[in-house]
Design a protein around this ligand. Structure first.
Ligand code: SAH
Length: 504
């Protein structure tokens, strides 16, 4: 069956969450994705593993590929009987040359669909606290190219009409040309006191907004580079009241998350929700133990186990995955009591439809010991602890002192991620990172291993370090890293809270 089709998809203005549901579906099902400069590349993570990803540039006038070649590429790929998603910044039909691509597809008899996106003129003012229309200020709103060659004799833009005929004016691609735009507007009757906002990289953590009036905006935006959009009109005043995005607690702060890639997302999302620019720099990978025999042996004699103590989400996952792999299921745990050291671990246990019998008030091994002292005489009790290869010996030793028979099993291994991202290391060295977060002792050790001791010395004064709990902090301090942000509650939400309070 022929499947060749091209989806002309608008990816939205920058915040990856602003793509449409349908647009995302087109990314997920594409054989080939052809994308532009303004597309947030994190959206490409949603593509199939075997999808071909082709970057065709387009940064201002520096086109990586000529438009004709792009048209040809799209047609050729679709001609190979492929699903092609042509991904563009904002909306494909708003100053995106989507119209030209669609016509070329039509001429070549390639079926296509258009999935609109949120265009910059709507999204970026919204994120800068500016509603593009408001009944008290304006009932008209125009989208204008600011790219027009100022030396052109005959302008395509009727400055006479738009200068006073339209309330809110938005100019795309107009940064270089801003002096000319301002001059034309004033010359054609717009008051020089009209408020203006210039928004760069709108809807992203790098968003920067400069406001002024037609008389001073050119001077004030001398250092602003593309991509930026210019908004002219009385509605710009509303920013004073409605600036919700740039006032988020972590806005414009760059924070490194060192957890394993599998585990990073919850933490990263929480930080990003608070406005942070999150860089994932996984320092560890979670892998299977070298030998499953010890765990398998325990899984076969669960009927004689009294307690299982889980000290990490990974421990829960590896335990249950192995149980299921061996043909068992949760019925094998009948009569076994479960202790989970922290709320995330308990949550993971619940995902397997098992109630947690014991959860200590503090999320450290010491607290588990205290709780057991109170709730149960452990003499002769069989306790299983499926843990990491590098876990502390404190807990099994203390429980053993209370008379328990503890089997401490390696259920998973934590290994250093093989290499770091060089661009992140550069950012650290250049002082472009505000906080490095550690969520376990192994993230500290492996972070130091990956960046190297010399580099660490070079940048450590330029960043703040944040730690999830006392053991992690101790490991950091042993490696000469001063931790200035320490979670009071030893969980991811606890760490996020400490970061908001402790950022300087
Ligand atoms: N099709 C896109 C526009 C492409 S033209 C859309 O619908 O948004 C490129 C211009 O769009 C840039 O020069 C800039 O003026 C504007 N633009 C796009 N994304 C932007 C962003 N995140 N912040 C500010 N301006 C942006």
């Amino acid at each position: 069956m022929s499947k060749n089709i091209v989806y002309l998809v608008g990816s939205g203005p920058g915040d990856p969450g602003l793509i449409t549901v349908k647009g995302l579906e087109c990314i997920k099902k594409a054989d080939v994705i052809i994308y532009d400069y303004l597309v947030n590349t994190s959206l490409l993570k949603k593509a199939r593993d075997d999808a071909e990803l082709i970057y065709v540039g387009k940064q201002g006038s520096k086109h990586t590929m000529e438009q004709e070649d792009i048209n040809r590429l799209i047609v050729n790929k679709a001609g190979e009987n492929k699903i092609v998603t042509r991904l563009k910044g904002g909306d494909p039909y708003v100053f995106g040359r989507g119209g030209e691509e669609a016509i070329f597809l039509k001429e070549n008899n390639i079926p296509f669909e258009v999935i609109p996106g949120i265009t910059a003129a709507i999204a970026t003012p919204a994120y800068a606290g500016i509603p593009v229309t408001h009944r008290s200020y304006t009932s008209t709103f125009g989208l204008i190219t600011g790219h027009e060659d100022p030396t052109k004799d005959q302008s395509e833009i009727d400055w006479e009409k738009i200068s006073t005929g339209v309330g809110t004016l938005t100019f795309y691609m107009g940064i270089k040309n801003l002096p000319n735009i301002v001059e034309q507007l004033i010359k054609h009757g717009r008051s020089k006191d009209t408020p203006v906002a210039v928004i760069r990289w709108g809807t992203t953590p790098a968003q920067k907004t400069v406001t002024g009036t037609l008389s001073n905006i050119v001077e004030k935006t001398k250092d602003i580079k593309p991509p930026a959009i210019t908004i002219v009109g009385e509605v710009v005043k509303l920013r004073n009241e409605l600036n919700w995005f740039e006032t988020k607690p972590l806005f414009s702060n760059t924070i490194i998350v060192t957890r394993s890639r599998d585990q990073a997302s919850e933490f990263s999302e929480k930080l990003a929700d608070l406005g942070a620019n999150v860089l994932e720099f996984p320092t560890i990978n979670i892998i299977n133990p070298d030998n499953f025999d010890p765990l398998d042996k325990e899984l076969k004699r669960l009927e004689s186990t009294d307690w299982i103590i889980f000290t990490s989400v990974n421990g829960v996952e590896s335990f249950f995955n192995r149980l299921l792999d061996l043909g068992g299921d949760i019925r094998d745990l009948k009569g076994v009591k479960i202790c989970a050291i922290g709320p995330a671990t308990a949550e993971k246990v619940k995902e397997f439809h098992i109630r947690v019998d014991c959860q200590p008030p503090k999320y450290v091994a010491e607290s588990v010991v205290e709780v057991f002292k109170k709730i149960e005489d452990l003499k002769g009790k069989q306790i299983l602890m499926p843990r990491a290869d590098i876990a502390r010996s404190y807990l099994p030793e203390e429980l053993q002192k209370l008379g328990a028979d503890v089997v401490d099993i390696i259920a998973y291994k934590t290994v250093a991620a093989s290499n770091g991202d060089d661009t992140i290391l550069e950012k650290l060295k250049n002082g472009m990172v505000d906080i490095v977060t550690f969520t376990s002792s192994s993230t500290v050790r492996n972070f130091v291993k990956i960046v190297g001791k010399d580099n660490l010395t070079a940048f450590k004064e330029k960043v703040q370090f944040a730690s999830i709990g006392p053991i992690t902090t101790k490991t950091a301090e042993e490696m000469d890293i001063e931790v200035s942000i320490k979670a009071d509650e030893y969980t991811i939400p606890g760490l996020v809270k400490a970061i908001v309070e402790g950022i300087s």
